[in-house]
Design a protein around this ligand. Structure first.
Ligand code: SF4
Ligand code: SF4
Length: 386
């Protein structure tokens, strides 16, 4: 971005935030009316909040000088009502956000936003809950952000929700009509997920195939709290869709390959691999490719932003990436503890599996990538002493 473009964008965001600031905040109690004060009451100093804003600004790909705007956007998060629907899923995406061991600013902000409907955390149940949803859709028509967790059975009777037995598909279609922005949270909502895995008995589909409005996919099983809250903050800042890749994932979060930003990459390049879980090489933090790591075929930012308030991520903890943010990963990336390259020799997937890049479709190029990566691992096992 040139400095002139940067200044123009800064002004545009500033204007949007000033307009948002004029709107009435939606809050559940007096204590959550002012987000900055509520954060302080939760033990976060202004300095912590500013540091969080700086990290979030970098994460969503804005220049460092925009950090005060990110801070302000977070303070205004209760001007944008959010409706969160659960479809066919395990609630792991909500848990990723809500159950961190030591709730960070992302979790606390999510607790303070105007969350008008979320079945896991709301007190209402039955007909009362259904009324909350209808009221929210009516009162905030055209203004709310719709976040949907879970795949949606196209054979609709497989998923009914609530006291009136409406189908998930009906709920999603209706809620999408008045939404200003729609986020598919998690791989189930983005790509169908585990219930869409072969043989997909309920004909489960991603949200984007069940409604006729644009959907921003935020895949991951689960996505990190940063990717969930970051997309919300990004929407508050911009008021528009972020730049997306070919799978409708925001580029700011999904443009880099796990393998290219992995702390074990030096060991991959040096041909140093874990051969068995728990061996000496595992203790030395060697590359997990031979233990089935799918980092070479997966696009996500978990190596940088991590999970559970930035505590760790799967590869850091000693297990390979399972490719959870890629379409159909349950079918195409499994068995999770075997290298994808093994499929070159004996596989039901003709050796090509899930290889895709974020922006190119070149299956041939990707097959070459698998072959190259597999060949590197094989060659290294020949040349490296065990
Ligand atoms: S194969 Fe996996 S563990 Fe090895 S460098 Fe790539 S992403 Fe990291
Ligand atoms: S490392 Fe891979 S499997 Fe694990 S969360 Fe990240 S993308 Fe998903």
């Amino acid at each position: 971005m040139s400095s002139a473009e940067e200044a123009k964008l800064f002004k545009r965001i500033q204007k949007r935030l000033n307009n948002l600031a004029k709107l009435k905040p939606y809050y559940k109690d007096e204590d959550s009316k002012d987000i900055a004060e509520a954060l302080e009451r939760s033990g976060f100093s202004r300095r912590d909040f500013m540091k969080w804003a700086a990290v979030m600004t970098a994460a969503i790909g804005l220049p460092a000088s925009f950090a005060p705007l990110t801070l302000k956007a977070a303070e205004l998060a209760n001007r944008v009502p959010v409706i969160w629907l659960h479809m066919a899923e395990c609630t792991g995406c909500s848990e990723s956000l809500l159950r961190t061991e030591d709730p960070g600013i992302d979790s606390v902000i999510f607790d303070l936003i105007s969350l008008e409907y979320h079945e896991t955390v709301m007190a209402a149940a039955g007909h009362q809950a259904e009324k909350s949803l209808r009221d929210a859709m009516k009162n905030y028509y055209g203004r709310y952000v719709l976040m949907v967790e879970g795949g949606i059975p196209k054979d609709e009777y497989f998923l009914t929700i609530g006291a009136q037995g409406r189908t998930g598909a009906e709920e999603a279609r209706e809620a999408s009509k008045g939404a200003a922005a729609i986020l598919a949270i998690g791989t189930c909502s983005s790509f169908g997920g585990v219930q869409a895995a072969n043989p997909n008995p309920t004909n489960a589909q991603p949200l984007s195939k069940m409604i006729d409005k644009p959907v921003i996919n935020v895949p991951g099983c689960p996505p990190s709290e940063k990717n969930i809250v970051g997309n919300l903050v990004n929407y508050i800042l911009m008021g528009s869709l972020p730049a997306l890749d070919s799978f409708n994932r925001p580029k700011w979060a999904y443009q880099h390959r796990i393998h290219d930003l992995c702390e074990r990459r030096g060991h991959f390049d040096a041909g140093e691999f874990v051969e068995h879980f728990g061996d000496e090489n595992a203790k030395n933090g060697f590359c997990l490719y031979k233990m089935g790591c799918k980092g070479p075929y997966t696009f996500n930012n978990c190596s940088r932003l991590k999970f559970n308030t930035h505590t760790n991520w799967p590869i850091g903890a000693g297990h390979g990436c399972i490719g959870c943010s890629e379409p159909d990963f349950w079918d195409t990336m499994s068995p999770f503890e075997e290298p994808l390259g093994n499929r070159l020799y004996s596989t039901a997937y003709a050796g090509f599996g899930a290889d895709k890049t974020a922006d190119t479709a070149g299956i041939v190029l990707l097959a070459i990538t698998v072959i190259g990566i597999a060949a590197h691992a094989v060659a290294s096992s020949v040349t490296k002493p065990k």
